[in-house]
Design a protein around this ligand. Structure first.
Ligand SMILES: Cc1ncc(COP(=O)(O)O)c(C=O)c1O
Length: 428
């Protein structure tokens, strides 16, 4: 079969023929009038139904609104109810005294941490970051577009850090933090967005032991996918807070997590965990901002999730829904693209994404072709600061939202578009 030869090994005529075949296929797909979305990491409706069928039926008697003697309906307990702190401490394997439980979004807590650094400074800041001449920020790439948007919006100069299969290239990070203008780094340590990489123990150890020139350098440790295996058993992961304390860097890190992809993204509970000294400092600022977060929702989550073991059981049920979706994408790529040698991709066992590296110089074109055929993907370049992928190669596939049948069609479109853009690049 001619189309199973690597494109670079084809003769010009073979490529021409293949291009004609794929163009016809593209037109056929376009004529289906598809409207499919593989853009954002959202749970599917069946996952949401599974949760909402139960979680909203747990609180109907007055006693259900009392947690450790606290009436969760009233003001108070700005840092969260103790039972919710206990739940997150278990999930993150840190100490309960280190946990702050907030509202429904960890991204908001991240934004707020940076925002407070900017307006007021952090615990070890000499001055608020708005008074610094320049703030630089380390961004492992490819990474999460919304992280990059936060640091971009505060005018920080973002510095790309290459990812390796063990996490950010720590040689580069250790060198970069010698610059006192470098104030922090974004990290998604488990099932990184989008590569699905789990940082190695060595990477975690080196991150915790950094010796930055800036006294208020901050590791933003976004553990968004801490219990989010969709294949295989739960993978234990080191507690960064303990690692920092051991390395003599107790205040280096803010860790974030939420139940957005455990329960409901629109109505979950988020937290951050940090040293007690950092927590005390942040609480002084937060208490000016809010009297208390939604503790009814915190209590609802405590009743629903109960503890880490029970949470992991729920994650197995999510995995049963998500696993087949990831496999549908990976199987199609293996079948259609692997023999052609025009792209590489990751094979995560958790998280919400598949990261695909198309032939350099073809990601934008592939994205445009997909859109033309009714398939929306995360914008090409979005996984890099300022939306600029120097190689124009990385595409993030988010396979979790569409039902499998729709996903199969979407990935069929993506495969054809990858082929067309590669053939165009090679010359047809
Ligand atoms: C790495 C990462 N962090 C944070 C979020 C958003 O979290 P939240 O819903 O808690 O704001 C996402 C959502 O896709 C994510 O991928």
């Amino acid at each position: 079969m001619p189309h199973m030869t690597a494109y670079t090994k084809m003769t010009a005529q073979e490529r021409k023929d293949e291009y004609a075949r794929m163009s016809a296929k593209f037109e056929e797909l376009k004529a289906r009038g598809l409207k499919l979305n593989m853009a954002r990491g959202k749970p599917g409706k069946d996952q949401l139904d599974m949760v909402s069928d139960v979680i909203f039926n747990l609180m109907d008697e007055p006693g259900d609104f009392v947690s450790n003697g606290i009436d969760v309906r009233n003001y108070g307990e700005m840092s969260g109810i103790p039972a919710a702190k206990q739940l997150f401490a278990e999930i993150l394997d840190c100490r309960v005294e280190q946990v702050f439980v907030g509202g429904n979004s960890s991204l908001q807590l991240m934004y707020d941490t940076i925002s407070k650094a900017y307006t007021h400074g952090l615990l070890h800041s000499v001055r608020p970051w708005c008074r610094e001449e320049k703030v630089k920020w380390l961004c492992p790439v490819p990474g999460y577009d919304r992280h990059f948007k936060i640091t971009e919006s505060f005018g920080f100069e973002m510095v790309n850090i290459p990812m390796t299969s063990d996490g950010p290239d720590m040689d580069v990070v250790e060198e970069a933090v010698k610059d006192p203008a470098v104030k922090g780094i974004w990290c998604v340590p488990k099932y990184s967005n989008p590569d699905g990489i789990i940082y190695s123990d060595e990477t975690v150890r080196r991150m915790a032991a950094l010796k930055p020139a800036a006294p208020d350098f901050t590791v933003m440790w976004d553990n968004a996918y801490c219990v989010h295996e969709f294949e295989g058993d739960y993978v234990e992961f080191p507690d960064i807070l303990a690692a920092c304390a051991e390395a003599g860097n107790p205040d280096l890190v803010f860790e974030f997590a939420s139940t957005s992809k455990i329960t409901l993204p629109g109505a979950g509970v988020a937290c951050f965990a940090t040293s007690e000294a950092n927590l005390k400092y942040m609480e002084q600022l937060l208490t000016i901002q809010i009297i208390s977060f939604d503790k009814v929702n915190q209590q609802r989550h405590v009743l629903y999730l109960q503890n880490k073991a029970h949470t992991l059981e729920l994650m197995k049920k999510h995995a049963a829904i998500l696993g087949p979706k990831f496999h549908a994408v990976l199987d199609a790529l293996d079948r259609e693209i692997a023999p052609l040698d025009i792209a590489t991709w990751c094979r995560p066992k958790g998280g919400y994404f598949i990261s695909l590296n198309a032939m350099p110089g073809t990601a934008k074109r592939t994205w445009e072709l997909c859109r033309e055929a009714g398939v929306v993907m995360t914008g090409a370049g979005a996984t890099f600061p300022y939306g600029k992928d120097p190689a124009d190669s990385n595409l993030r596939i988010a396979p979790t939202l569409p039902p499998v049948e729709e996903l199969e069609q979407a990935i069929e479109v993506l495969c054809v578009c990858l082929k067309l853009s590669a053939l165009e690049k090679l010359g047809v």
